[in-house]
Design a protein around this ligand. Sequence first.
Ligand code: IPD
Ligand code: CA
Ligand code: CA
Length: 259
Amino acid sequence: MRPTLDDLEILARQAGVLLRAGYGRAHTIASKSHAIDLVTETDRRSEAFLLESIRRRWPGHSILAEESGAHDGDAHRWYVDPLDGTVNFAHGVPIFSVSIAYAEAGVVQLGVVYDPMRDECFAAGRGQGAFLNGQPLRVSATASLAKALLVTGFPYDTWTNPDNNLDHFARFAVRSHGVRRLGSAALDLCYVAAGRFDGYWEIRLKPWDVAAGGLIAAEAGALVTNLQGGEDYLSPPQSIVAANAALHAQMLAVLRGEA
Ligand code: IPD
Ligand code: CA
Ligand code: CA
Protein backbone atom coordinates (compact mmCIF):
# COMPACT_ATOMS: atom_id res chain seq x y z
CA MET A 1 0.00 0.00 0.00
CA ARG A 2 1.23 3.46 -0.93
CA PRO A 3 1.53 6.09 1.83
CA THR A 4 -0.02 9.52 1.26
CA LEU A 5 1.54 12.92 1.84
CA ASP A 6 -0.74 13.25 4.87
CA ASP A 7 0.73 10.03 6.27
CA LEU A 8 4.26 11.46 6.02
CA GLU A 9 3.15 14.77 7.51
CA ILE A 10 1.54 13.06 10.50
CA LEU A 11 4.72 11.03 11.12
CA ALA A 12 6.96 14.11 10.83
CA ARG A 13 4.78 16.14 13.20
CA GLN A 14 4.73 13.30 15.75
CA ALA A 15 8.53 12.97 15.58
CA GLY A 16 8.70 16.77 15.89
CA VAL A 17 6.92 16.54 19.25
CA LEU A 18 9.75 14.26 20.42
CA LEU A 19 12.39 16.75 19.22
CA ARG A 20 10.68 19.65 20.95
CA ALA A 21 10.42 17.65 24.16
CA GLY A 22 14.16 16.88 24.06
CA TYR A 23 15.22 20.41 23.07
CA GLY A 24 16.99 22.43 25.75
CA ARG A 25 17.23 19.47 28.15
CA ALA A 26 20.56 18.16 29.38
CA HIS A 27 21.49 15.32 27.07
CA THR A 28 24.20 12.84 26.39
CA ILE A 29 26.12 13.82 23.28
CA ALA A 30 28.24 11.18 21.55
CA SER A 31 30.53 11.56 18.56
CA LYS A 32 30.11 9.23 15.56
CA SER A 33 32.48 9.09 12.57
CA HIS A 34 34.25 12.36 13.49
CA ALA A 35 34.64 14.59 16.57
CA ILE A 36 32.00 17.00 15.22
CA ASP A 37 29.56 14.32 13.99
CA LEU A 38 27.21 14.21 16.98
CA VAL A 39 24.25 12.10 18.07
CA THR A 40 21.93 12.60 21.06
CA GLU A 41 19.34 10.33 22.63
CA THR A 42 16.69 12.46 20.89
CA ASP A 43 18.03 11.48 17.44
CA ARG A 44 17.68 7.84 18.50
CA ARG A 45 14.26 8.25 20.09
CA SER A 46 12.89 10.01 17.01
CA GLU A 47 14.36 7.36 14.69
CA ALA A 48 13.02 4.45 16.79
CA PHE A 49 9.54 6.02 16.70
CA LEU A 50 9.63 6.55 12.93
CA LEU A 51 10.98 3.07 12.12
CA GLU A 52 8.39 1.39 14.30
CA SER A 53 5.55 3.45 12.82
CA ILE A 54 6.62 2.82 9.21
CA ARG A 55 7.11 -0.91 9.77
CA ARG A 56 3.76 -1.30 11.47
CA ARG A 57 1.79 0.24 8.59
CA TRP A 58 4.02 -0.63 5.65
CA PRO A 59 5.72 -3.91 6.48
CA GLY A 60 8.07 -5.02 3.72
CA HIS A 61 9.11 -1.53 2.64
CA SER A 62 12.84 -0.73 2.66
CA ILE A 63 14.05 2.00 4.99
CA LEU A 64 17.32 3.94 4.93
CA ALA A 65 17.66 5.76 8.24
CA GLU A 66 20.59 7.78 9.52
CA GLU A 67 21.20 6.18 12.89
CA SER A 68 20.47 2.54 12.07
CA GLY A 69 21.38 2.36 8.35
CA ALA A 70 19.71 0.22 5.70
CA HIS A 71 16.73 -2.03 6.44
CA ASP A 72 16.25 -3.93 3.21
CA GLY A 73 12.81 -4.79 1.89
CA ASP A 74 10.97 -4.31 -1.39
CA ALA A 75 11.27 -1.52 -4.02
CA HIS A 76 9.34 0.96 -1.83
CA ARG A 77 11.98 2.90 0.06
CA TRP A 78 11.80 5.41 2.90
CA TYR A 79 14.56 7.90 3.69
CA VAL A 80 14.53 8.99 7.31
CA ASP A 81 16.59 11.70 8.99
CA PRO A 82 15.12 11.72 12.50
CA LEU A 83 16.84 15.00 13.46
CA ASP A 84 18.54 17.05 10.79
CA GLY A 85 20.64 19.69 12.53
CA THR A 86 21.97 17.71 15.46
CA VAL A 87 24.88 20.08 16.13
CA ASN A 88 22.42 22.99 16.49
CA PHE A 89 20.11 20.87 18.66
CA ALA A 90 22.96 19.77 20.94
CA HIS A 91 24.06 23.39 21.42
CA GLY A 92 20.56 24.73 22.05
CA VAL A 93 20.20 26.49 18.68
CA PRO A 94 16.55 26.16 17.57
CA ILE A 95 17.20 25.31 13.90
CA PHE A 96 16.61 21.64 13.12
CA SER A 97 14.05 19.43 11.45
CA VAL A 98 12.68 15.95 10.77
CA SER A 99 13.04 14.78 7.17
CA ILE A 100 11.05 11.90 5.66
CA ALA A 101 10.90 10.86 2.00
CA TYR A 102 9.20 7.98 0.22
CA ALA A 103 10.48 6.56 -3.10
CA GLU A 104 9.27 3.95 -5.57
CA ALA A 105 11.78 2.16 -7.82
CA GLY A 106 14.45 4.71 -6.94
CA VAL A 107 12.32 7.80 -7.64
CA VAL A 108 11.32 9.99 -4.70
CA GLN A 109 7.54 10.51 -4.81
CA LEU A 110 6.76 12.20 -1.49
CA GLY A 111 8.79 14.38 0.87
CA VAL A 112 8.09 16.15 4.15
CA VAL A 113 10.41 18.31 6.26
CA TYR A 114 9.06 19.54 9.59
CA ASP A 115 10.56 22.32 11.74
CA PRO A 116 9.03 21.76 15.18
CA MET A 117 10.27 25.06 16.69
CA ARG A 118 8.41 27.18 14.12
CA ASP A 119 5.66 24.67 13.38
CA GLU A 120 6.57 24.83 9.70
CA CYS A 121 5.73 21.75 7.68
CA PHE A 122 7.17 21.69 4.14
CA ALA A 123 5.69 19.02 1.88
CA ALA A 124 5.70 17.94 -1.75
CA GLY A 125 4.35 15.14 -3.90
CA ARG A 126 5.94 14.53 -7.30
CA GLY A 127 4.02 16.52 -9.91
CA GLN A 128 1.77 18.04 -7.24
CA GLY A 129 3.72 21.14 -6.17
CA ALA A 130 5.31 22.08 -2.86
CA PHE A 131 3.58 23.54 0.19
CA LEU A 132 4.35 25.14 3.54
CA ASN A 133 1.55 24.44 6.02
CA GLY A 134 -0.75 24.01 3.03
CA GLN A 135 0.29 27.21 1.18
CA PRO A 136 1.96 26.80 -2.24
CA LEU A 137 5.71 27.50 -2.45
CA ARG A 138 7.70 29.11 -5.24
CA VAL A 139 11.46 29.65 -5.57
CA SER A 140 12.79 33.19 -5.86
CA ALA A 141 13.13 34.83 -9.27
CA THR A 142 16.55 36.34 -8.43
CA ALA A 143 18.48 35.78 -11.63
CA SER A 144 21.78 37.38 -10.69
CA LEU A 145 24.33 35.85 -8.35
CA ALA A 146 25.38 39.34 -7.25
CA LYS A 147 21.89 39.81 -5.76
CA ALA A 148 21.46 36.32 -4.33
CA LEU A 149 21.45 35.12 -0.71
CA LEU A 150 22.90 31.62 -0.59
CA VAL A 151 23.16 28.84 1.95
CA THR A 152 25.52 25.90 2.30
CA GLY A 153 26.94 23.41 4.80
CA PHE A 154 30.18 21.57 5.48
CA PRO A 155 31.01 17.88 5.79
CA TYR A 156 31.92 16.29 9.14
CA ASP A 157 35.52 15.59 8.03
CA THR A 158 36.19 19.32 7.51
CA TRP A 159 39.05 19.31 10.06
CA THR A 160 41.05 16.72 8.13
CA ASN A 161 39.86 16.64 4.50
CA PRO A 162 41.03 19.59 2.37
CA ASP A 163 38.09 18.93 0.00
CA ASN A 164 35.80 20.57 2.56
CA ASN A 165 33.80 23.21 0.64
CA LEU A 166 35.65 26.17 2.22
CA ASP A 167 37.08 27.07 -1.21
CA HIS A 168 33.60 27.26 -2.76
CA PHE A 169 32.32 29.17 0.28
CA ALA A 170 35.04 31.82 -0.12
CA ARG A 171 34.31 32.25 -3.83
CA PHE A 172 30.55 32.61 -3.34
CA ALA A 173 31.03 34.98 -0.37
CA VAL A 174 32.62 37.61 -2.63
CA ARG A 175 30.13 37.13 -5.48
CA SER A 176 26.75 37.25 -3.68
CA HIS A 177 24.76 39.11 -1.00
CA GLY A 178 26.06 36.52 1.46
CA VAL A 179 26.32 32.85 2.32
CA ARG A 180 24.52 31.43 5.37
CA ARG A 181 25.23 28.19 7.21
CA LEU A 182 21.95 27.16 8.84
CA GLY A 183 22.96 23.66 9.98
CA SER A 184 20.07 21.61 8.53
CA ALA A 185 20.43 20.59 4.89
CA ALA A 186 16.74 19.62 4.75
CA LEU A 187 15.69 23.13 5.88
CA ASP A 188 18.24 24.75 3.54
CA LEU A 189 16.44 23.14 0.59
CA CYS A 190 13.00 24.07 1.94
CA TYR A 191 14.12 27.68 2.41
CA VAL A 192 15.15 27.71 -1.26
CA ALA A 193 11.70 26.31 -2.10
CA ALA A 194 10.13 29.16 -0.10
CA GLY A 195 12.28 31.82 -1.79
CA ARG A 196 13.95 32.74 1.54
CA PHE A 197 17.28 31.73 0.09
CA ASP A 198 18.00 32.04 -3.62
CA GLY A 199 20.38 29.11 -3.88
CA TYR A 200 21.95 26.19 -1.98
CA TRP A 201 24.84 23.84 -2.60
CA GLU A 202 26.67 21.26 -0.49
CA ILE A 203 29.03 18.29 -0.87
CA ARG A 204 29.20 14.83 0.71
CA LEU A 205 25.71 14.66 2.14
CA LYS A 206 23.72 11.48 2.64
CA PRO A 207 20.46 10.52 0.90
CA TRP A 208 18.41 11.05 4.08
CA ASP A 209 19.62 14.69 4.27
CA VAL A 210 18.28 15.70 0.84
CA ALA A 211 15.72 13.15 -0.44
CA ALA A 212 12.71 15.06 0.93
CA GLY A 213 14.10 18.61 0.60
CA GLY A 214 15.30 17.97 -2.96
CA LEU A 215 11.79 17.03 -4.10
CA ILE A 216 10.28 20.01 -2.22
CA ALA A 217 12.73 22.44 -3.87
CA ALA A 218 12.15 20.89 -7.32
CA GLU A 219 8.37 21.01 -6.94
CA ALA A 220 8.69 24.70 -5.99
CA GLY A 221 10.44 25.34 -9.30
CA ALA A 222 14.13 24.85 -8.44
CA LEU A 223 16.56 23.07 -10.70
CA VAL A 224 18.16 20.48 -8.41
CA THR A 225 21.28 18.65 -9.63
CA ASN A 226 24.66 17.42 -8.46
CA LEU A 227 27.74 19.66 -8.81
CA GLN A 228 28.39 18.22 -12.26
CA GLY A 229 24.93 19.29 -13.40
CA GLY A 230 23.66 15.68 -13.50
CA GLU A 231 20.23 14.82 -12.14
CA ASP A 232 21.35 12.20 -9.57
CA TYR A 233 22.04 13.91 -6.25
CA LEU A 234 21.28 10.87 -4.07
CA SER A 235 24.04 8.45 -5.10
CA PRO A 236 27.67 8.75 -3.98
CA PRO A 237 29.81 10.76 -4.44
CA GLN A 238 27.01 13.04 -3.37
CA SER A 239 26.71 16.73 -4.04
CA ILE A 240 23.79 19.05 -4.65
CA VAL A 241 22.96 22.47 -6.12
CA ALA A 242 19.46 23.97 -6.00
CA ALA A 243 18.26 27.31 -7.37
CA ASN A 244 16.07 28.75 -10.11
CA ALA A 245 17.45 27.82 -13.55
CA ALA A 246 19.21 31.16 -14.25
CA LEU A 247 20.98 31.25 -10.90
CA HIS A 248 21.72 27.52 -11.00
CA ALA A 249 23.78 28.01 -14.18
CA GLN A 250 25.80 30.79 -12.52
CA MET A 251 26.36 28.69 -9.41
CA LEU A 252 27.62 25.74 -11.47
CA ALA A 253 30.06 28.07 -13.24
CA VAL A 254 31.47 29.26 -9.89
CA LEU A 255 31.66 25.68 -8.58
CA ARG A 256 33.60 24.68 -11.73
CA GLY A 257 35.98 27.61 -11.22
CA GLU A 258 34.83 29.22 -14.48
CA ALA A 259 33.42 32.43 -13.00
C1 IPD B 1 23.83 17.55 8.87
C2 IPD B 1 23.11 18.84 8.53
C3 IPD B 1 24.08 19.91 8.09
C4 IPD B 1 24.96 19.46 6.95
C5 IPD B 1 25.67 18.18 7.34
C6 IPD B 1 24.63 17.11 7.68
P1 IPD B 1 22.76 15.96 10.75
O1 IPD B 1 22.93 16.53 9.22
O2 IPD B 1 22.18 18.62 7.49
O3 IPD B 1 23.41 21.09 7.67
O4 IPD B 1 25.89 20.47 6.66
O5 IPD B 1 26.49 17.76 6.29
O6 IPD B 1 25.27 15.89 7.93
O7 IPD B 1 24.01 15.21 11.08
O8 IPD B 1 22.52 17.12 11.63
O9 IPD B 1 21.59 15.04 10.60
CA1 CA C 1 21.16 15.10 8.35
CA1 CA D 1 20.43 13.48 11.58
